[in-house]
Design a protein around this ligand. Structure first.
Ligand code: ADP
Ligand code: MG
Length: 693
């Protein structure tokens, strides 16, 4: 732990700057939260106040520097205009970290943003680390530190929550009261003037008290670094992420397909999958999934066994699971026979296991089936539906708890969850199950959403360093577009399968060049600013002799004014694929692959990753394509080797990563048949920063 991390989570002395004794003021609330006997924080709490000697039982000083002992953490609740001076005081008193609760900064407009920049400048100059401003604060349940707006300290557990929204800091407390969720640390980021999600992720990844990390993101400040850390952390402990603001109204105006098809949100979602995060779509599921991962073993596969006293609910759950990528497989005849021995003949032991409505045998049937499922190798998770009568019977909950305990003692690592559908009068039974660490989800839909989001995939190597030396930059023309001839040459020199071509400045040269290639050939006009050639009727396919080539060249010159052309061997027939890449200011190199050709933007069937990627990762990308069956020879068309395509994607991603001057790269189409791939159209654009240098 670095000094500021220790100061933030385990301070020996906290100073409330802007402290007050008037009830209803934030300065009083924080003093009370920090000194509450229930929370049990054992560090010293002092108040900073212009005149008082004592406030709500805490010693008070006029300035931080007046404290006779060093302050580790300054909690700032002053009006915003006073914050720059307070941060300067922190610097003077060598306070390592300040949590700025005060609002009135960038979230309020231009003037607030200027004030925030001033605070940032002072913090940087004085070396004070900052959390916030405009944030909910920090909680550490181990040390009893409630340095937050929360009305109480949540109970202790393994979930650490990083949230940009203060409301979820509050929600953590209420979920811990109502549902028994346990938290280790809670950190609200606010406006992220200094400390951001990547800093906290790195810290919590190494924090032995944090078993599961839950993150609620509104924006991502330091995308590339966040994902590099996330990949390492997610290989050690579960990382559950909710990203809000997924539906931005604005779409990037873009000339290349890659730019058009890789919005920030699309890249972010892909990168979260790439690093193996558990991605959820809402805040309640975020906390439910994190808590389930905290109290149950990881779900390592997708097979679920269901035990139910309602056949209808079993069917409903099966649908919901299978729509979310889980399966409810039929059990083996042996396992069915074991289970059938305790259930009535009109029940079912296939899966879902239907114990029928014979409530007098519920305890035995649930316990026996739970143990059988948890100890079998046939399912990866067990779900018991406790619905109405089975939920109302205390002995059923007791029997389930005992059965799961027994299975655990015998070494079972199968997670167990409850699908709970019952009146409030059954709540005591639910409490018991929860206290035993068995998550109870209300109704089938929540059960399915939570369970599906707990699936843990084996870690995959992330963004390997490029194999290539830095690729030298060619001359580029208008707006940074590299001429086709130069772009094709670069790829050919790197060993990529480019269709044979020649550059032609006039019709005679085009006709002569065609004779050196294999007919039929394709003629493509080159004009400054012409990026989508077929839209301007500037691609002529199927030219079978040099006369036709010369005629096509003349035609281009008549219609598009004078200029040069590319003569290229015609590839195919085959499937038209696309590979693209771009450099993003926040995420770094991004790679895209999918079905190509002229329909690419209409079909939007592409997959994204942070680059570079391994061939294995590229293969996973292809698995995400809606049209992936087209690769395996749809309706008599050529089949395409997915392994070879994945290899090509991986190599291009490596090459792109090494061409740091390159802003955008589009290969569309790559014409593929079997093991053969031919790149026929390339677009390259020099990165903006590199243009101006
Ligand atoms: P643009 O994308 O600028 O319109 P392309 O060079 O991609 O121009 O050509 C448009 C279409 O023409 C391609 O999607 C492909 O179907 C076909 N095409 C282009 N070059 C070749 C080639 N060498 N062999 C076979 N088909 C080609
Ligand atoms: Mg094209």
């Amino acid at each position: 732990m670095t000094q500021f991390q220790r100061a933030l989570f385990n301070p020996r002395r906290v100073a409330v700057v802007g402290a007050s004794a008037s009830p209803g003021k934030a300065g009083a609330l924080f003093l009370r939260n920090l000194t509450s006997a229930e929370a049990g924080f054992r560090g010293e709490v002092i108040a900073i106040h212009p005149t008082a000697d004592e406030l709500l039982g805490c010693r008070a000083f006029p300035r931080l520097a007046a404290s006779p002992k060093p302050v580790d953490l300054a909690l700032v609740v002053t009006p915003p205009a006073a914050v720059p001076e307070v941060v300067a005081d922190c610097g003077a008193a060598q306070v390592p970290v300040a949590v700025i609760i005060s609002g009135g900064f960038a979230e309020t407009g231009a003037r607030g943003a200027e004030l925030q920049r001033e605070v940032a400048r002072i913090a940087k100059a004085t070396g004070v680390r900052l959390l916030g401003p405009n944030c909910f604060g920090v909680i550490n349940t181990t040390s009893g530190l409630n340095c937050s707006l929360s009305i109480g300290l949540p109970s202790h557990g393994g979930v650490s929550l990083v949230t940009q929204s203060g409301a979820y800091g509050m929600a953590a407390f209420s979920r811990s009261i109502d549902e028994g969720f346990g938290f280790a640390k809670i950190v609200a980021l606010g406006n992220k003037i200094d400390l951001n999600e990547a800093d906290l992720l790195a810290f919590l990844g190494e924090d032995p008290e944090t078993k599961v990390i839950a993150i609620l993101l509104e924006s991502l400040t330091d995308g590339r670094r966040f994902f590099e850390i996330a990949a390492e952390v997610a290989a050690q402990k579960p990382l559950v992420v909710l990203k809000t603001g997924r539906q931005p109204g604005a779409q990037r105006a873009a000339a290349s397909h890659t730019a058009a098809l890789s919005s920030d949100e699309a890249v972010l979602a892909a990168a979260l999958r790439q690093v193996g995060a558990h991605v959820v779509e809402d805040g309640k599921t975020l906390l439910d999934v994190a808590s389930a991962l905290d109290c149950q073993p990881l779900l390592r596969g997708n097979r679920v066994g269901i035990i139910t006293n309602s056949g209808g609910t079993g069917v409903e759950l099966t649908d919901l699971f299978e729509e979310r990528g889980l399966i409810v497989p039929a059990l083996s005849p042996e396992l069915q026979a074991t289970i059938a021995s305790v259930i009535p003949p009109h029940g079912s032991a296939v899966n879902p296991i239907d114990v029928t409505t014979q409530w007098e045998h519920f305890s035995k049937m649930y316990a026996w089936s739970t143990e059988a499922l948890m100890e079998s190798e046939e399912v990866d998770a067990a779900v018991a539906v406790l619905l109405q009568r089975s939920a109302l019977m205390p002995e059923v909950a007791d029997a389930l708890i005992a059965a799961s305990k027994k299975a655990r003692e015998r070494g079972s690592l199968t997670p167990i969850h409850i699908c709970w559908v019952a009146p409030r009068s059954a709540d005591a039974n639910r409490e018991k199950l929860r206290a035993a660490g068995i998550p109870c989800h209300e109704w089938p839909i929540a059960t399915a959403s939570v369970l599906a989001a707990t699936v843990t995939k084996p870690p995959r190597p992330f963004a390997q360093p490029p194999k290539w030396q830095e690729i030298p930059r060619p001359d580029s023309g208008e707006a940074g577009w590299v001429a086709s001839d130069a772009a094709l040459s670069l790829l050919q020199e790197a060993g990529f399968p480019v269709a044979r071509w020649a550059f032609a400045a006039d019709s005679d040269a085009a006709a002569a060049a065609a004779r050196d290639l294999k007919f039929p050939v394709v003629l493509k006009a080159e004009r400054p600013g012409l990026v989508h050639k077929s839209e301007a009727d500037a691609v002529r396919l199927g030219l079978c002799d040099s006369m036709a080539v010369a005629a096509a060249f003349e035609d281009f010159c008549r219609r598009l004014d004078a200029g040069s052309a590319i003569v290229q061997e015609q590839a195919g027939p085959g499937v038209e694929l696309a590979i693209g890449a771009r450099r993003d200011p926040n995420f770094g190199a991004v790679i895209m692959a999918g079905l190509g050709g002229v329909w690419i933007e209409a079909l939007k069937d592409t997959a994204l990753r942070l680059a570079p990627v391994t061939a294995e990762e590229a293969l996973a990308m292809l698995g995400e394509l809606r049209g992936r069956t087209i690769l395996s020879g749809f309706r008599g068309r050529a089949t395409v080797s997915a392994d070879k395509f994945a290899q090509l994607i991986s190599e291009l991603s490596q090459w792109f990563a090494a061409a740091s001057w390159l802003g955008e790269l589009d290969l569309n189409p790559v014409i593929a048949s079997g093991d053969n791939f031919t790149i026929v159209d390339v677009r390259m654009r020099v990165a903006n920063h590199s243009l101006s240098s």
